[in-house]
Design a protein around this ligand. Structure first.
Ligand code: GRF
Length: 188
């Protein structure tokens, strides 16, 4: 299976995918790693000798133009799947349709609770005792697509957003790799 991975941040989820590929536990080819800005995730990919690209929204006059540029860039690799591994941008319905049921996102909360950019902070603020993470297909909503896998993580009394997110990410790295490994090869 061939994938493009999109990142925006530290890229530890990307690293777990790259490690699993290198170890031979994930039978996947990473065609390229893309981002919306320079970030550690891109550096990790470069270090691993993987092709990278950056499509910054600021380079475009409008959101649709940015979406079309990103869509064409991703499409140029003809990936089976596109993995949003900490990619902190919302893409439009046209981009989602282009890769229908082939974009996978990981979100650090148990959806449908706490969607959006601050899933960990919002769960903590709500006072939930169990949160976790969700790996799901991307549809045209924000964190609303069909759920592929979830794992629960208990909230500890002294948790901060950082400590809780770090424990979620330990589970997230494993579940994301496992979920990619279980994806069927698309027929189109
Ligand atoms: C992950 O928890 C992801 O779910 C969230 O941002 C984090 C990215 O971490 N949206 P990393 O860049 O993979 O280290």
């Amino acid at each position: 299976m061939r994938i493009v991975v999109m990142v925006s941040g530290s890229g530890t989820n990307l690293q777990s995918i790259m490690d699993a590929v290198a170890e031979g536990t994930l039978n996947t080819e990473i065609l390229a790693v893309g981002a919306d800005k320079p970030c550690t995730g891109i550096e990790r990919a470069e270090k691993a000798g993987i092709e990278t690209f950056i499509v910054p929204p600021a380079d475009f006059e409008s959101r649709p133009e940015w979406n079309r540029a990103l869509e064409e860039k991703i499409a140029s690799y003809s990936p089976d799947y596109v993995i949003f591994a900490g990619f902190m941008r919302i893409v439009d319905a046209q981009l989602v349709d282009r890769f229908a049921n082939r974009i996978i996102n990981t979100h650090p909360a148990l959806l449908p609770s706490f969607p959006g950019a601050h899933g960990v902070r919002d769960a903590l603020a709500h006072g939930v005792k169990i949160t976790g993470l969700t790996v799901h297909f991307v549809d045209s909503g924000v964190d609303t697509g069909p759920i592929l896998a979830q794992a629960a993580v208990p909230v500890l009394d002294d948790d901060t957003e950082e400590t809780l997110h770090e424990r979620i990410k330990v589970e997230e790295r494993q579940l994301l790799v496992q979920t990619i490994a279980n994806l069927p090869v698309p027929t189109v």
